[in-house]
Design a protein around this ligand. Structure first.
Ligand code: TXA
Ligand code: MG
Length: 544
């Protein structure tokens, strides 16, 4: 058992670490990407210790780090023109090139391959230390194999306390994800592991950039890996992580419906207040650099919270985002659920408020309308439903042809809270199911926007499948006047119906948008069109 010390990068301490390294021991060093577990790359015994300490599979080769370009000739056999051009542009920096190995580099480093991964880190302390030792340093990330890579000296300590003597503290790693690994051809490269240096960056130097399959997909046991590291389950906390592909609203709903013991979420900065369960963030939604810098720390945070299951927001896959995605999808063991479906807007409001007119305006704007009243009328005609209802209410709700008489049923349940509650208990789950099926069908037909016209949106709980809720409200006198004319009912009847309705506050408190229908038809149309625009902008802005 070693006494592990975190040491500062001052001359006296670096000299101690140098002694240790040149004696064939291993030392944790900071780099701009992640902390590395360094050993003298020319010493096979020292290299073996790296594999032991990390618990790393033997077939996973290491990256060799150099401090200056002259050192490259001690590591690679052939330094091609393309490799030179890439080095000139990206070194020192987070790019690892897989090149033909120099004979002096032991096969322990390359895991038996004739090639070797090499990079010149930009972290000043890393380069100063390599220069001081005057040997190329082989270093994998300084985590226990399978754990998230360390981006702070403290992370290394958590994983390797007692196993190594020195951790050189170089502060928090600026990039936060491991280097981009490429194989180098003639004016062509293939990305084996994405990182801070992106495809677009590389295209400034070479004609062609390919991305290896292993970047996106899980390699099966028997499949050969261009970069052996890509086949292992990496970066994973103890918790099961599942990536959800969809909008924030879809994410929220999914999580709400799948809550279980010790469930948490991994979301973007600023989204925390939407959740009442443990929440870890990993940078702003549109800032891949920030996500890269935070991800590993956040994954470690998940373990500190003792979570069992974590749902994660999906990052963008462009630019540095590809690297973030690549690490996160591995942390998930490739578990990903697509929530992509049409955007659902719930429309509700008091009777006579002008909901129907509003839903017509939506449908003129390419939004498919599902009318929940219509669905309810179909559901209630089902033999199994009639059987249930007659079982409870008796045959008084049937007409002489044994068909359901809705008016009789209405009169019975209206004003009787217990009866109404039973009816709702039978109807709402069935209506919701039909709505979900119809949403699915519309989705399959390529529909992107659906309006659910539902007078009892909140009471039925259907608001929970909506991404957006809009209520239409109107002054009492206007509503009264409308329903008297529309339904040919008496003032008394109208008052009775209206007294059963919720007040404005009930609707506005639970809605994203409220349309006040207190002016002309033109005015209503104008307000509705503005809201449609706003919803489309908001939701399109929430890409995933
Ligand atoms: O940013 C980094 O690259 C960090 C810091 C410490 O420099 N190091 C790092 O090392 O991430 P490691 O061992 O965790 O990952 C090395 C990756 C593995 O995926 C490995 O398979 C690949 O580089 N690699 C190394 N040599 C290779 C070779 N000859 N051919 C193909 N892939 C290679
Ligand atoms: Mg690693």
């Amino acid at each position: 058992m070693k006494d592990t010390k975190i040491i500062q990068p001052v001359e006296s301490c670096l000299n101690l670490a140098k002694q240790e390294l040149l004696h064939g021991e291993i030392v944790a060093i900071p780099t701009e990407t992640v902390y590395g577990l360094g050993a003298d790359a020319t010493n096979p015994h020292a290299i073996e210790k790296i594999f032991q300490v990390k618990g790393r599979p033997q077939d996973n080769p290491l990256i060799v780090h150099i401090s200056d370009i002259q050192m490259i000739h001690r590591v690679v056999g052939v330094f091609s023109k393309t490799a030179q051009a890439l080095a000139e542009t990206f070194w020192p920096g987070p790019l690892t090139m897989v090149l033909p190995k120099h004979h002096s580099v032991p096969f322990e480093v390359s895991a038996g391959l004739d090639t070797v991964g090499v990079r010149m880190p930009s972290h000043q302390v890393a380069r100063a230390f390599i220069r001081l030792c005057n040997v190329p340093i082989a270093a994998p990330s300084a985590n226990l194999s399978g754990k998230p890579s360390p981006t702070k000296a403290q992370h290394v300590y958590q994983d390797l306390n007692g196993k190594i003597s020195y951790i050189i503290d170089g502060g928090e790693c600026a990039v936060g994800l491991e280097s981009t690994v490429i194989s180098v051809g003639d004016d062509e490269v293939t990305i084996l592991r994405p990182g801070k240096i992106t495809m677009d960056d590389l295209l400034h130097v070479v004609q062609t950039v390919k991305i290896d399959n292993g970047v996106f997909t899980k390699l099966e046991e028997h499949q050969p890996a261009a970069s052996p590291g890509m086949k292992y389950k990496h970066y994973s906390p103890n918790a099961e992580i599942i990536m959800l592909d969809g909008t924030l609203a879809q994410f929220e709903q999914y999580v709400q419906r799948h809550l279980s013991d010790k469930t948490g979420v991994l979301v973007f900065d600023g989204e925390e207040n939407r959740f009442s369960i443990p929440c870890v963030t990993y940078g702003e939604k549109d800032n891949s650099d920030q996500q890269a810098a935070s991800l590993f720390d956040s994954l470690r945070e998940i373990d500190k919270l003792g979570l069992k299951k974590v749902y994660a927001r999906m990052p963008s896959k462009t630019g540095v985002g590809l690297a973030v995605y690549n690490r996160l999808v591995r942390a998930c063991g490739f578990q990903m659920i697509s929530l992509k479906r049409p955007i659902i807007i719930g429309l509700t409001g008091q009777t006579g408020s002008g909901k129907t007119t509003v839903s017509q305006i939506f449908s003129e704007h390419k939004v498919s309308v599902l009318n929940c009243d219509q669905i309810a009328r179909q559901v209630i005609e089902r033999p199994e439903v009639i059987e249930k209802l007659t079982g409870y209410f008796g045959t008084a709700i049937l007409d002489q042809n044994q068909a359901l008489n809705r008016k009789k049923l209405g009169n019975l349940v209206f004003g009787n809270a217990e009866y109404l509650s039973y009816l709702n208990h039978v109807m709402y789950p069935r209506i919701t199911k039909v709505v979900e099926q119809q949403v699915q069908q519309l989705h399959q037909h390529g529909c992107k926007w659906i309006l659910l016209d539902a007078p009892t949106l909140f009471e039925s709980g259907i608001n929970h499948i909506c991404d957006y809720v809009v209520s239409v409200l109107a002054p009492k006198e206007i509503r009264e006047d409308r329903i008297i004319k529309r339904d040919f009912i008496s003032v008394f009847e109208a008052a009775k119906r209206m007294s059963a309705q919720h007040d404005d506050e009930f609707y506005s408190a639970q809605s994203d948008e409220v349309i006040k229908n207190d002016g002309s038809q033109e005015d209503l149309k104008e307000k509705t069109v503005q809201i449609i625009k706003k919803i489309k902008e908001n939701i399109n802005g929430d890409k995933a």
